[in-house]
Design a protein around this ligand. Structure first.
Ligand code: C5P
Length: 225
């Protein structure tokens, strides 16, 4: 049996893509499968944590004994995360692939093709950065983000760690076809302000276990300071 060292803790985890409506039948989204976030939720629950999983649309069955909050857009994800952390949270993990932009105005009716133009311009506005917002609001004691990069992976990840006010960032190289997006395997490097860890490449579920343990160990060093 897994050690129940997270008993009494509340972990809030985001997962999957967000879906930003264009009109009643169309949307902007991305290829995130949600696998990593769901695996983290399962691993934290197995160690005794109370887990809230705030998830965009995925094809994955929610893990048992995890509170699933299903949302579509980034704005809905932010509100759901605020509600989930309202009474405090020990750990927040942002594993969702949040759409950077949404429609400035969602069309109320299905947009029609017009015969007079071959171009269509959609005006988009920036979505809130959920993890950065929650970090500034001190929504959880330990804030953990992901950085999916295709080059200068560690350098960009470190910048995100700082700019988003995170405690830990989990960096992965999404230019590699064997890991990351939609794959069952992942290989990551975890960074804190002054430390770095490199768990071995493994399945997302085995890696999730290691990451949950690593986050727990990091928490212990922070609270004993
Ligand atoms: O900036 P980038 O999207 O690469 O940052 C990745 C990290 O920030 C992930 O943890 C992701 O869940 C989080 N994020 C967020 N809200 C956004 C964009 C990213 O919470 N709007």
């Amino acid at each position: 049996p897994v050690q129940q060292n997270l008993a009494g803790q509340h972990w809030v985890i985001t997962a999957g893509p967000t879906m930003e409506a264009i009109d009643p039948v169309r949307y902007i989204s991305n290829h995130s499968s949600g696998k990593m976030g769901y695996a983290l939720a399962k691993a934290a629950q197995a160690r005794g944590a109370t887990v809230t999983l705030v998830s965009g649309p995925t094809q994955i069955a929610p893990p048992a004994n995890v509170k699933l909050v299903a949302i579509k857009s980034a704005q809905e994800m932010l509100y759901a995360c605020r509600a989930a952390t309202a009474k405090g949270a020990d750990v927040f993990i942002g594993a969702a692939a949040v759409a950077d932009f949404r429609m400035k105005d969602v069309a109320e009716q299905k947009m029609k093709k017009t015969s007079d133009s071959n171009d269509l311009t959609l005006t988009l506005v920036k979505n809130p950065d959920i993890i950065a917002t929650l970090s500034s609001e001190q929504a959880a004691q330990c804030m953990v983000g992901f950085a999916a990069e295709t080059q200068n992976v560690l350098e960009y990840a470190r910048k995100k760690l700082e700019s988003k006010g995170l405690d830990l960032i989990i960096a992965n190289d999404v230019s590699r076809s064997d890991i990351g997006f939609n794959q069952d395997q992942n290989e990551v490097t975890v960074l804190s302000k002054d430390q770095q860890w490199s768990p071995e490449k493994s399945t997302k579920s085995a890696l999730a276990d290691e990451l949950v343990e690593l986050i727990f160990q990091y928490q212990q060093t922070q609270t004993s300071d």
